[in-house]
Design a protein around this ligand. Structure first.
Ligand SMILES: [Zn+2]
Length: 298
């Protein structure tokens, strides 16, 4: 008799524990990943063709920041030592071929230094990029990189008013942390240092969201050693299966979507007009489609 009671109690407690709502641990990227990779390249010179092909070959996504008024032209850039470097820019009619699998972003129509020009000129630089690039690609442009990396709080606020959702500087953090301000987004490192951080990112094992943010210029790969290092970097990180290779805009949109999720004492609600988001619960990874909710332990 006592044995039967014990068995019943065990079954009841098992049943109850199985139906306890899970604990909410945190948000993840799609499919439960917590690591992400951004490859952000500036200026839109023709060397982007080979770099985008390298990304394609390794199933990586790049973000290419273009100067819309230089598309299709060749121009000389005077150097401090008196030399002039000539750059050829990708042709207008090939953007959707070269960057088919990649994000196209703004970089100022004429690559002017935003800290040295008026508010009106800054808006002209960005709005021209948005107008030209959106017309040529039929895409919504939401990312940008500051020409020369130059910005400050008021410039960042001004650019946010155009509908741009992120802005990248060239102030390397040498960390994999997400920024506080998406409009002043400091990258992890220039690509010349990317291999130095590769192993530590591959080995990183934490539940907190992170990003390995690499930036550079494809025209710098004229140096063979630099190019070979980039090939090694892409081939290695391209085979990792727990890193989300993503455009800067898509990552930003995902992070903004997380901010829209409502969490009260026992429920996580993904609003109907939001995008799908993923959460880590004590019971495992769950995807929350727009309009869905999950009951969690108080
Ligand atoms: Zn640039």
């Amino acid at each position: 008799m006592t044995r039967n009671v014990l068995i019943i109690i065990t079954f009841i407690s098992l049943f109850v524990s199985c139906h306890q709502p899970p604990n909410f641990i945190g948000f993840t990227y799609p499919d439960g990943n917590t690591k992400a990779l951004i490859l952000s390249y500036d200026d839109g010179t023709i060397q982007d063709i080979e770099l985008a092909a390298l990304f394609d070959k390794n199933h990586l996504i790049g973000t290419f920041n273009l100067n819309s008024k230089y598309l299709g032209v060749t121009r000389g850039w005077p150097q401090q030592d008196g030399d002039t470097i000539y750059q050829r820019y990708v042709p207008k009619d090939s953007l959707l071929i070269i960057y088919k699998n990649h994000e196209i972003a703004a970089h100022g129509a004429l690559h002017k230094n935003f800290t040295a020009i008026s508010k009106e000129e800054i808006l002209e630089e960005i709005n021209t990029d948005l107008e030209v690039l959106e017309k040529l690609t039929n895409r919504n442009i939401i990312s940008m990189a500051y020409p020369f990396g130059s910005t400050n709080d008021s410039i960042a606020n001004l650019i946010a008013s155009t509908g741009i959702k992120n802005g990248r500087t060239v102030d390397d953090t040498h960390t994999f942390d997400l920024p506080n301000n998406y409009m002043i987004w400091h990258p992890t490192c220039h690509d010349s240092k990317a291999l130095d951080y590769l192993d530590s990112y591959l080995e990183l094992d934490r539940q907190q969201l992170s990003v390995f943010y690499v930036w550079g210029h494809s025209w710098e790969f004229g140096n063979k050693e630099r190019w070979d290092n980039m090939v090694t970097f892409c081939e290695t990180i391209g085979t990792s299966n727990d890193i989300w290779s993503v455009g800067h805009g898509e990552l930003t949109n995902y992070l903004l979507a997380i901010e829209n999720v409502q969490i009260d004492h026992n429920k996580i609600v993904n609003p109907l007009d939001n995008e799908p988001i993923w959460v880590r619960l004590s019971s495992g990874i769950e995807k929350l489609s727009p309009g869905e909710s999950i009951t969690i332990k108080q």
